[in-house]
Design a protein around this ligand. Structure first.
Ligand SMILES: Nc1ncnc2c1ncn2[C@@H]1O[C@H](COP(=O)(O)OP(=O)(O)O)[C@@H](O)[C@H]1O
Ligand SMILES: [Mg+2]
Length: 228
């Protein structure tokens, strides 16, 4: 479970990026975070990943209070979260297979286990025929699938995706959303930042709408707008 309580973030510049945010996300949920540019969505993601420090408030992820977490636990904590970004962030000089395997190698998974788990994961994301390709030989949608495979290979409890379809066309965007839904069906909690109204309309999931650093609505989208 993710609990965000009275969370505030003011950057060193004086920019009040988040003001009094309260959000609870249960295990196994699929949640969209929506809002126009500058509304604080990425700041919220960075705080969840402990990439930046909160100004005040509390974030508890799976019973861990990440505000008071000692720095030495942060790498271990981050491994329990899978992360996907708009710009894929793949290793350009490594193959598809190596991009995914690398995430296991760095945490000391055995070569035998890697040889089993990477093909299974690439199959799950629909890239079985692309093991040996390099990122620049793939479409945007395929590159994002590699990034999703990498994010999931160490079996995180939560997948955080910050505008994962921001660089994709409508067709590829829906395919990626369908993949994220499948991952959620397998039990992973999925939190997706998007500013696409079309995507949230089609997916019919919980939508947390942000504006200028605050949550202005939180609910499942029904036929007549938001139902709290
Ligand atoms: N590192 C930073 N330093 C100062 N201000 C920042 C920084 N990152 C983001 N901001 C500001 O915080 C606000 C929220 O930004 P962000 O979280 O990136 O919004 P979103 O992802 O919704 O577009 C914006 O006003 C942005 O300019
Ligand atoms: Mg952003």
């Amino acid at each position: 479970m993710i609990e965000i309580i009275n969370l505030n973030k003011t950057y060193e510049t004086g920019n009040r990026a988040l003001q009094n945010i309260n959000i609870t996300i249960d295990d196994g949920e699929f949640v969209f975070i929506m809002g126009r540019s500058g509304s604080g969505k990425s700041t919220l993601m960075k705080l969840l990943l402990k990439e930046t420090e909160m100004t005040s408030g509390k974030i508890v992820v799976n019973d861990m209070d990440i505000g008071s977490m000692p720095r030495r636990y942060v790498p271990k904590y981050r491994r329990r979260l899978g992360v996907v970004f708009q710009d894929f962030r793949l290793l350009k000089d490594r193959t598809v297979y190596e991009n995914v395997a690398f995430a296991q190698r760095v945490i000391g998974v055995s070569p035998k286990k890697i040889r089993e788990s990477v093909p299974a994961m690439l199959k799950m994301v629909g890239l079985s025929s692309k093991y040996k390709a390099f990122p620049n030989q793939l479409s945007g949608g395929e590159q994002q699938r590699v990034a999703i495979a990498r994010a999931l290979i160490n079996d995180p409890e939560v997948l955080l995706a910050d505008e994962p379809t921001g660089n994709l066309d409508a067709h590829n965007s829906m395919e990626i959303m369908n993949l994220l839904e499948e991952i959620n069906d397998r039990g992973t909690t999925v939190v997706v930042v998007t500013h696409s109204q079309e995507i949230v309309d089609r997916m019919r999931k919980r939508v947390i709408l942000m504006d200028r650093g605050t949550v202005i609505s939180d609910g499942r989208e029904g036929g007549n707008g938001y139902e709290i």
